[in-house]
Write a protein that binds this ligand. Structure first.
Ligand SMILES: Nc1ncnc2c1ncn2[C@@H]1O[C@H](COP(=O)(O)OP(=O)(O)OP(=O)(O)O)[C@@H](O)[C@H]1O
Length: 273
């Protein structure tokens, strides 16, 4: 356990919502076996935004798939509150990078957002519609429910994917490089939307990114991955005040110091290789 994890627990953040304990993943078998994830352990607490950052190919997507129960780990455990995760649990929603493949093009925006709610016990058709419309409004898409995904810009489609996850009201929102496929301005807007969601819903968010600046801007803590196989190099607390702002927050010395620190952690193994 790293010093920063201990500090977080000592700060009294309570019981973790999501935790990984000794998580490992090897692809292939025999001579073709390749261990991607080493011994990965961390906790995510209620209402936190935690970013996982690491170099390309470090296994960030692999880790997120194991955490979400989409892929079995080779070792270790994942727990969502009191339950061990062995398959996609009801309390998790995932937003992927590729919004064009995660939305159903033949369904309206509202129907896409309602889709995961169909199996929710006790939720009527009118209830589903209300939740979908509220979620769409919260991502700035009021009035777009009757449109089809292909009629919207890339950034708007990703907002639909985020609205769908919000409407589901998950215990933890997992996001895998959610803003990597949009232009820089849209990316900044979606980063700020993430802050708004966190504030409005007190949502617990775990977001994977390769963008160091994005991780520091969004997170309460940054989990830095490095090494081969990949392990947690450090868990960095981000004590930048809220509300955060693209221009002012990113121009502060504290932001620059954190960004430099995280960058150093990621580059260290390459430099010493
Ligand atoms: N299904 C698979 N079978 C075999 N190897 C895989 C599989 N999925 C990923 N890998 C390998 O595992 C390693 C980690 O991949 P992963 O996509 O998890 O990394 P990443 O950190 O998300 O990368 P990036 O930042 O480039 O998206 C890569 O070397 C990749 O080739």
């Amino acid at each position: 356990m790293t010093e920063s994890t201990i500090q977080t627990q000592q700060a009294g953040l309570g019981t973790p919502v999501l935790s990984a304990n000794g998580l490992a993943k090897t692809y292939g078998t025999g001579q073709a076996a390749r261990q991607v994830l080493g011994d990965i352990s961390f906790e995510v607490y209620d209402g936190e935004t935690v970013c996982i950052v690491g170099p390309s190919g470090a296994g960030k997507t692999t880790l997120l798939r194991c955490l979400s129960g989409l892929m079995p780990a080779s070792g270790g455990t994942v727990r969502l509150r009191d339950e061990t995760v062995t398959e996609p649990p009801a309390g998790l929603a995932v937003v992927f990078q590729d919004y064009s493949r995660s939305l159903m093009p033949w369904m309206t925006v509202r129907a896409n957002v309602e889709l995961p709610l169909r199996g929710t016990p006790g939720l009527s058709k009118a209830g589903r519609r209300e939740r979908a419309l509220t979620a769409l409004a919260s991502v700035g898409l009021d009035g777009c429910g009757h449109q089809y995904p292909w009629q919207l810009s890339g950034g708007m489609q990703q907002r639909v994917a985020i609205a769908r996850a919000l409407a589901y009201e998950p215990a933890v929102l997992l996001m895998d490089e959610p803003f990597a496929s949009v232009d820089a301005q849209t990316r900044a807007d979606l980063e700020d939307l993430t802050h708004t969601i966190k504030e409005r819903y007190n949502m617990t968010i775990l977001l994977v990114t390769h963008d160091i600046e994005e991780s520091v801007y969004l997170a309460d803590r940054v989990i830095v991955l490095s090494g081969t196989p990949t392990s947690v190099s450090e868990i960095v607390p981000v004590d930048l005040p809220y509300p955060r702002d693209q221009v002012h927050t990113k121009s502060t010395p504290a932001f620059a110091a954190l960004r430099t620190h995280v960058m150093g952690l990621i580059r260290k193994p390459e430099e010493t290789a």
